[in-house]
Design a protein around this ligand. Structure first.
Ligand code: ATP
Ligand code: MG
Length: 145
């Protein structure tokens, strides 16, 4: 009996904290895969922006983590999950303009406090779970039909 769902694909990308050379590589790979799958260009743009913001948050704010891409005929889902330090006040973190980005990140143009609000804006479904001292998990879904 066929047990694997061949219509579903999954990719895993490890994200290194503080590495601005590698930063954006996972989002770039995701974009490439979606192009190969023949996904509509306007949708790819939204997914690419949201993935990039999620990846940068792991690079800048976390101790490291992973991006997971899942694609099935109905939707594209990206999960950004890290191992800490977590977010104390999620409502505050979701506010446009709120940022705790360090100077090193600000010097590179990050820290506008627009990443999380934009991920929410560009995705069809958005969920964030976090607690201080634990990891953060952001899940974004984009409908294909
Ligand atoms: N993975 C994470 N772990 C810990 N804190 C996070 C994480 N993601 C976001 N935050 C917190 O939420 C704040 C807001 O995130 P957001 O992505 O909106 O802005 P930013 O990363 O500071 O700036 P920008 O994304 O515009 O460059 C961050 O400054 C940080 O305090
Ligand atoms: Mg950000």
């Amino acid at each position: 009996m066929e047990t694997t769902d061949e219509a579903t694909m999954s990719k895993y990308y490890s994200i290194e904290p503080g590495n601005f050379i590698l930063a954006g590589e996972a989002a770039e790979q995701i974009k490439k895969i979606l192009k190969q799958l023949g996904i509509d260009a306007a949708l790819i743009r939204k997914v690419a922006i949201a993935s990039y913001e999620a990846e940068m948050n792991l690079v800048i704010h976390s101790v490291g983590g992973r991006l997971i891409l899942n694609v099935n005929p109905q939707e594209i889902t990206i999960i950004a999950q890290d191992d800490g330090p977590g977010i104390k006040d999620i409502e505050l973190a979701m506010k446009e303009g709120y940022s705790t980005a360090p100077d090193a990140a600000r010097e590179l143009g990050f820290g506008a406090g627009m990443g999380l609000p934009n991920i929410k804006r560009y995705s069809d479904r958005f969920a964030i779970q976090s607690a201080e001292g634990e990891g953060t998990r952001v899940e974004m879904t984009f409908y294909l039909s």
